[in-house]
Design a protein around this ligand. Structure first.
Ligand SMILES: [Zn+2]
Length: 343
């Protein structure tokens, strides 16, 4: 016999006896049971089921169950109501430029009040790497996890050596190397060949460092998606997140196949490419973030400067795209961040 804990989404209540509704149900099943055996037990037709998660991971009706598994079963939704946000203190914004945020104390307090418990602060150059370490020592509102790196559009060759040294000296206190990568489109102007070569060289140096210390990498890959993927893969980097992924789907498939992550931002609201990437990526390969303080627009054309609290917007859009309830999404994306950054 095996014992599993099952949670049926409310709209499946009609299939359940009264005393099993609206709670986690402990079930005893015979060895080798599959998800579909749970459906059979309650005569739930498989076409009523939209999604099954086992321990937060997308699963199939044919997936075999193990004792202790936590199974969530969701119906086909006509529409999903994402408006009332239940505040859950489990949200981590995985990509923030902390040193660029104005009114930081208030911004962090607002994030906390929106259910955010922590954030990953990424560095871009020598000054910003130093700054985020200093800030992280002072901040008590949220848990600050640090990533240090040289951003492809913030390269200063005069500071290269001192920055690389600084990152290595602080390696034990950081959760990742980032934000690093290649940007061939910045400012809508194609980068010249020599600029590309410089970016390439500095990205490579940082990948070597990540490999040496077994650190995950946070990748900026705009306009250079395939090349970024290949460099990360060729260096045998085990853990990577392709931040704000909006690139081609064939590269995305290779990213997923390699067990890497993509991260999604509030731009899910209006970017076709970004939305498509979110649709095509299994939930267990997705992180959520804001890239604060980037400026976003809404579908109605208004603009706003992102703050870590806007990671709730990311979750709301992702919830609608994936047709997964908000609270489940909070839990799974948090587990993903914990797994990737080992936090
Ligand atoms: Zn960024």
């Amino acid at each position: 016999m095996i014992k599993v804990s099952v949670r049926f989404y409310e709209e499946l209540n009609d299939y359940l006896p009264e005393n099993m509704r609206k709670k986690d149900v402990e079930l005893d099943l015979s060895d080798g049971s599959k998800v579909k055996d749970i459906l059979n037990k309650f005569s739930i037709p498989s076409q009523e089921v939209h999604l099954v998660l086992i321990n937060g991971k997308n699963s199939l009706l044919e997936t075999k169950l193990n004792s202790g598994d936590r199974v969530s079963i969701y119906p086909i939704f006509e529409t999903i109501d994402i408006s009332p946000i239940k505040i859950i203190n489990a949200v981590i914004d995985t990509h923030v430029h902390l040193e660029e945020i104005e009114n930081l104390d208030q911004v962090l307090l607002d994030a906390k009040q929106s259910g955010v418990i922590g954030l990953v602060a990424v560095g871009s150059d020598y000054t910003s790497n130093r700054k985020i370490i200093e800030l992280s020592k002072e901040i008590k509102t949220l848990k600050i996890y640090l990533a240090l790196g040289i951003h492809p559009t913030d390269i200063n060759l005069d500071e290269l050596e001192i920055t690389m040294k600084f990152i290595e000296q602080n390696i034990s206190g950081i959760v990742a190397i980032g934000e690093i990568g290649l940007d061939y489109w910045y400012g809508s102007v194609k980068k010249s060949q020599s600029e590309r070569e410089t970016q390439h060289k500095i990205f490579e140096l940082q990948l070597v460092l990540a490999k040496k210390y077994s650190k995950p990498v946070i990748i900026h890959s705009r306009g250079a998606w395939q090349e970024c993927y290949e460099m990360v893969k060729n260096k045998n980097i085990e853990k990577a997140v392709f931040h704000w992924y909006s690139g081609p789907i064939d590269v995305l498939s290779r990213i997923i196949h390699s067990g890497y992550f993509i991260s999604v931002t509030p731009v899910l609201e209006y970017s076709k490419e970004h939305k498509l990437a979110a649709e095509q990526t299994p939930l267990e390969n997705i992180l959520i973030e804001t890239d604060s303080p980037v400026k976003y627009k809404t579908v109605t054309g208004e603009t706003y400067i992102a703050e870590p609290k806007d990671v709730i917007r990311t979750l709301k859009h992702l919830s609608a795209i994936k047709k997964i309830p908000f609270d489940e999404l909070v839990q799974v994306t948090k587990e993903n961040a914990v797994n990737l950054f080992n936090i």
